[in-house]
Design a binder for this molecule. Structure first.
Ligand code: MRU
Length: 423
């Protein structure tokens, strides 16, 4: 485990020593972006509220801190939320010095903290799934003869760190399978794709899901251009995805959400989009997918224009307990996220990153509806890219996602791998 962590941190920290208040216009292109910095006893998260203008890390010293960082949107994206929650408790356990307590008391304490962390945000399943698995691990560790409280803490911390490590390798596999699938749409040609929201290194432990597919296409020389939506109202696309694309020197163009259909209508050699690829916060058993608001309308316009629509997500995002999209709780966010805009002051010539201002962009008094996610029906989805391959619908027009059971530590082994395209 230690060896893996060391390797992992080497992957993440090559030239990645950001000074505090690091500014975007400083030369930073050699660095690998890291949203989560973890080593035993220490957790830091990149404060995403300050991006794209400042790179600032916040120390997280326990589960309260972790809960607040998730609730305040300083850390975001379904996989990243789950990992930060799990690791925040890990550092808290070291600080709390519970090792002298009885193993069953340590286990009960951890279970209580995990239940609390799950309340931070409701829609993404990864957090609830991680909590469920971690609970099982500590409850089993507490029952092992000769295990003391320290052993239960150790079992928890190892499992939480393993989630960080596995997420990067899962994302790389998602990137590989997704790129191969998309390449087949236009053999021998470079392709352009459209993506939505943020699904990259900042939303995961590294590399990304849908943005991992974009990265992989680019690494193989198969990407002509990535288009990314602004992703109103919280602007994850213009603030985070655009930042990652510029940072990694991937040819990319930003559009507003309302430009997507016009973009798909273009048929020229330099701008023809072959696929839309998005991430997911929760995929129901039938393939209905909750993702950032605006995803559903992209799927509709993709269908209208005959363009493939793909969801990229690790198997842990597939929630077999949720039968269909109607059963997914959609988080509603404060109206002021739509009516106000926050950013550094611009005097007409340059930005002053130390002068952050909030401006009003809507008529005062207007009622606001601000759902953070929507559900795209499975009927509009052509494939679900996982770390095991791309799942397509079977002949009856339905997804068979039962292969995801194993990723949830279910006792039932998968009886089928559905329409898995590559494994
Ligand atoms: O509300 P956020 O910023 O946490 O939303 C992020 C998303 O919706 C991502 O698209 C999603 O988590 C995909 S997973 C990488």
């Amino acid at each position: 485990m230690l060896e893996q962590l060391e390797l992992f941190s080497r992957y993440l920290t090559v030239d990645a020593k950001f000074p505090d208040n690091f500014l975007i216009d400083q030369p930073c292109c050699k660095m690998v972006l890291e949203a989560i910095r973890y080593k035993p006893y220490s957790l830091q998260i990149l404060n995403q509220l300050k991006l794209p203008h400042q790179l600032e890390y916040d120390d997280i010293t326990g589960s309260e801190d972790g809960w607040n960082a998730i609730r305040d949107m300083r850390t975001r994206g379904a996989p990243a939320i789950a990992i930060v929650a799990a690791l925040s408790l890990a550092v808290g356990l070291h600080v709390g010095n519970l090792s002298d307590s009885a193993p069953e008391d340590v286990s009960a304490y951890i279970v209580k903290k995990l239940d609390f962390l799950v309340t931070s945000r409701p829609t993404a399943v990864n957090l609830a799934d991680a909590a469920r698995k971690l609970k099982k691990i500590v409850e089993s560790a507490a029952k092992v003869d000769d295990n003391d409280g320290a052993a239960v803490v150790m079992a928890y911390c190892d499992a939480a760190a393993q989630m960080l490590i596995s997420d990067v390798s899962d994302n790389k596999a998602i990137g590989k399978y997704g790129a191969e699938w998309i390449e087949k749409l236009a053999p021998g040609e470079q392709v352009s794709v459209l993506t939505h929201c943020n699904t990259g290194s900042l939303a995961t432990a590294g590399y990304g899901t849908a943005l991992g597919v974009v990265r992989s296409l680019h690494a193989k020389g198969s990407l002509k251009r990535a288009f990314c939506t602004e992703t109103r109202p919280y602007n994850q696309g213009s603030r985070l995805t655009a930042f990652e694309l510029v940072h990694d020197k991937i040819p990319a163009t930003l559009i507003t959400d309302s430009m997507a259909s016009a973009l798909l209508q273009l048929k020229g050699p330099s701008d023809r989009i072959v696929a839309i690829v998005v991430g997911a916060d929760r995929v129901a058993a039938n393939g209905d997918t909750a993702n950032k608001i605006g995803t559903y309308q992209l799927a509709i316009t993709a269908k209208h224009h005959g363009i493939k629509f793909l969801v990229a997500a690790p198997r842990t995002t597939i929630d077999l307990q949720t039968k269909c999209g109607a059963d997914i709780t959609i988080e509603e966010r404060p109206g002021k996220e739509m009516t106000m805009m926050k950013g550094p002051r611009f005097d007409g010539e340059k930005l002053d990153v130390n002068q952050v201002e909030v401006v009003s962009i809507a008529a005062e008094g207007i009622d606001v509806w601000n759902p953070a996610f929507d559900v795209t029906p499975a009927a509009l989805i052509d494939g679900i890219i996982t770390e095991l391959g791309v799942v397509e619908k079977s002949k009856n027009g339905e997804f068979d996602l039962t292969f995801a059971m194993e990723a949830h530590n279910e006792s039932v082994k998968p009886s089928s791998i559905g329409g898995l395209y590559a494994a």
